[in-house]
Structure formats: structure tokens, C-alpha cells
Design a protein around this ligand. Sequence first.
Ligand code: PRP
Ligand code: MN
Ligand code: MG
Length: 178
Amino acid sequence: MHDEIKEILIPEEDIQVKTKELASEITEKFDGKFPLAIGVLKGAMPFMSDLLKRVDTHIEMDFMDVSSYEGGMRSTGEVKIIKDLNTKVKGRDLLIIEDIIDSGLTLSYLVDLFKYRGANSITIVTLLDKPSGRQSDVKADLVGFEVPDAFVVGYGLDYQEKYRNLPYIGVLKPEIYS
Ligand code: PRP
Ligand code: MN
Ligand code: MG
């Protein structure tokens, strides 16, 4: 598996250090509140797990499974809900957790949906931000790392459902997808 990676962009240690910093900011921001943390499956799973176990205040967790890439390299532009929340968001303070913002289409869809459902506030945390891909004006409140315009995998991010279980963020060798 690792020999299909051209380059490690963000090593495991750097992810862990950054995750601790982000968790402290979340603790500070939501201290005394009871936010609903929403993990966007499947990509956000490893980050959500590492992040939230370091948040030192009460939070509720739920998951939304949406997909727009269908395992490929490019967003289809159409966001499909595969699994909705079990929790009502009306009046709640939300913390949306993502692995990456690329075109921003997934997040702008979710933000609109949660506003429509009457959320009190929406905070976005993403491990990775790829500003070069943006097709909507959505912005994260908390960002782990900015990444260049390369197809990155690992730590939740997939190519054709593979590589989510890598402990680091890496760039695939071009021969894997060409
Ligand atoms: C990926 C990623 C983000 C989204 C970002 O999810 O995990 O959720 O795309 O891209 P965007 O900003 O261009 O919308 P994907 O749809 O591949 O589903 P997955 O998380 O199950 O892999
Ligand atoms: Mn995703
Ligand atoms: Mg994907």
C-alpha cells in the first residue's frame, strides 16, 4: 500500500500535533455549551475520532454521510445524502467536521441545509483546505493544513475507497490513477 504513495505530504506526528491545537480551540469556543459535532462520512472519520477525544467539554456526536466524488478524482457537483443525521439541529450550535474542503460544494450544501433546518450557529473545522479547488465561497473557521493542488489520500481521504487507513496524508503516484 505505502509503495503506491509518491510523497508523504503531512506525517502522522504533524497531524497529531495540529489536532491537539484544534481541539483546544474547540474546547475554548464551546466551553459551557453543548454543541452537536457532525462528522461528514466517510472521509472525516479518523480526524473526528482523534480530534474529539481531545476536546475537553461536553459535546454530542452525530454523522452525516454524503458523497459527491463517487470514488473518483473530481466532484460530480451533485451532493447525495446517503445517511442523514439522527438529531434535530434546530436551535443547536453545530460543529461540522470535514477531512478536506476542495470545491467547497459538499460544505456549502450542508451549510445551506443546516441553516434551513434552523441551526443557531455553524462552525466548520477541516483538517485540510485546498483553496485552489474552490467553486463556492464557503470558508472553514478552523483549518489544520493548506494543501497544494494535488490529489491527496490517507487519514480518511480515499481514491476509489482505498487509502483511508493510511496514518498520514500523501500524494498518490500518478500511475495509480492514470
Ligand atoms: C470528499 C471529502 C469531502 C469532500 C470535499 O468526500 O471527504 O467530504 O469530498 O470535496 P468538495 O469540497 O469538492 O465538495 P467524498 O464525496 O469523496 O465522500 P467520502 O468522504 O465518503 O470519500
Ligand atoms: Mn467526504
Ligand atoms: Mg471520497
